[in-house]
Design a protein around this ligand. Structure first.
Ligand code: IMP
Ligand code: MG
Length: 368
């Protein structure tokens, strides 16, 4: 299939190929041919969206049938308004006919309900519905949909008769809207204020915080399949393999909806893990947007941590040599990752000295 396309202000990516569409239209046609054998159904196409589906379906109907059209409009953009207008009525008397309504897509079902109510008034012998696409999670009605090409999610689709503000109907396959995601890896040495800044950017950009430490604790505590596997490795004294962590992340990515992106915390820690994460994201057609590292000079960090240690009594914050050792580990660990993301043009260093607001302002402009 072709690559991404832009229609107006939105980007769309390939979703269902013409071959797949054709297969399902053939199946629907077979079902209709079987169910209406010996009858003469009247196929009522709902304009404009159903033109391609209607025409392809009609070619595969091998029983005697008639056709008619109805035009309704329910407004613009990527949202259905529920405000349905009949623009063009039927030019046929449908009384006593076996009517099949042919729709491109049934979303909330508001449009369909209007059509069904309208046609029912003309006393057809029977009334069924065939739609190329059905969004079961958006459907708010009880009226049965008899023939469905594809059940799809709630994402906005274009092509094959479906439009975005009246464009895109001519595309011969289906495209799905591409919501840009902001996926960030936030790095910073102990004491750099990573936790605080992470919370602020989560809120501002509507991101989901993805901490591998939290995920581990969750899976172990709830004894999930992934948790059990992780335990096996740990009890045998082995490191948990990267793939298991990737599986946990995959899990979390799939169940997080209504998010505009993710902040990765605690992962990746090695270039191998970064590669594995890139591969996982690529499967969803996402990528890491930026790796942000908070840069604070070591002596300043030592000063901050010792101060924090005095207040909190945290042992690892009270001993300068332990602190310096943690810095050394951090520097050794992150240096290769900075290179990894610099090579992709995604690493940004942010000056981590200043007030919370100042640092936050710098991160925000780096991400904008
Ligand atoms: P309803 O919400 O079932 O009433 O659907 C109303 C109309 O919205 C449909 O007939 C389509 O014209 C349009 N529509 C719903 N979902 C999509 C979509 O994903 N892409 C393009 N048009 C859509
Ligand atoms: Mg329509």
């Amino acid at each position: 299939m072709e690559k991404e396309i832009t229609l107006g202000d939105k980007t769309f990516k390939p979703f269902i190929s013409k071959e797949k569409i054709d297969e399902q239209i053939s199946r629907v046609a077979q079902e209709i041919n079987r169910d209406y054998k010996g009858k003469k159904p009247l196929l009522v196409g709902i304009l404009n969206g159903s033109v391609m589906f209607f025409s392809d379906l009609l070619k595969k109907i091998d029983i005697e049938c008639e056709v008619a059209f109805l035009r309704v409009s329910s407004y613009k953009g990527t949202e259905t308004t529920g405000n349905v207008k009949k623009v063009l009525g039927l030019d046929k008397n449908i009384e006593g006919s076996d009517v099949i309504i042919i729709e491109d897509i049934v979303d909330t079902g508001i449009t369909l309900e209007h059509i069904v109510n309208d046609l029912s008034g003309s006393k057809p012998n029977s009334l069924k519905v065939a739609t190329l696409l059905f969004k079961p999670n958006a459907y708010t009605k009880d009226y049965p949909i008899d023939y469905v090409g594809f059940e799809v999610g709630n994402e906005f689709l274009v092509g094959f008769g479906l439009d975005y503000n009246e464009i895109g109907r001519n595309l011969d396959e289906l495209y799905i809207i591409k919501e840009p995601m902001l996926n960030i890896i936030l790095f910073g040495p102990p004491g750099a204020g990573k936790g605080t800044q992470s919370e602020l950017i989560q809120e501002k950009f509507n991101l989901t915080h993805l901490s591998t430490g939290d995920m581990f604790r969750f899976h172990m505590k709830n004894d999930t399949a992934l948790g059990k596997k992780a335990k096996e490795y740990m009890e045998a004294g082995n490191l948990v393999p990267d793939q298991l962590v990737i599986d946990m992340i995959d899990n979390k990515l799939s169940e997080s909806h209504d998010t505009d992106g993710f902040i990765f915390d605690g992962f990746p820690r090695t270039p191998d893990q970064a590669t594995a994460l890139d591969e996982l994201l690529a499967k969803k057609d996402w990528e890491i947007s930026k790796m942000v590292s908070l840069e604070v000079e070591e002596n300043e960090l030592v000063k901050r941590l010792l101060l924090r240690g005095k207040d909190s009594g945290r042992k690892d914050d009270s001993d300068e040599s332990i602190i310096r050792n943690r810095m050394a580990v951090y520097n050794k660990e992150t240096a290769p990752l900075k290179d990894f993301y610099s090579n992709q043009g995604k690493h940004i260093g942010v000056d981590g000295i200043g007030t919370i607001e100042e640092i936050n302002g710098r991160i925000n402009s780096a991400l904008a």
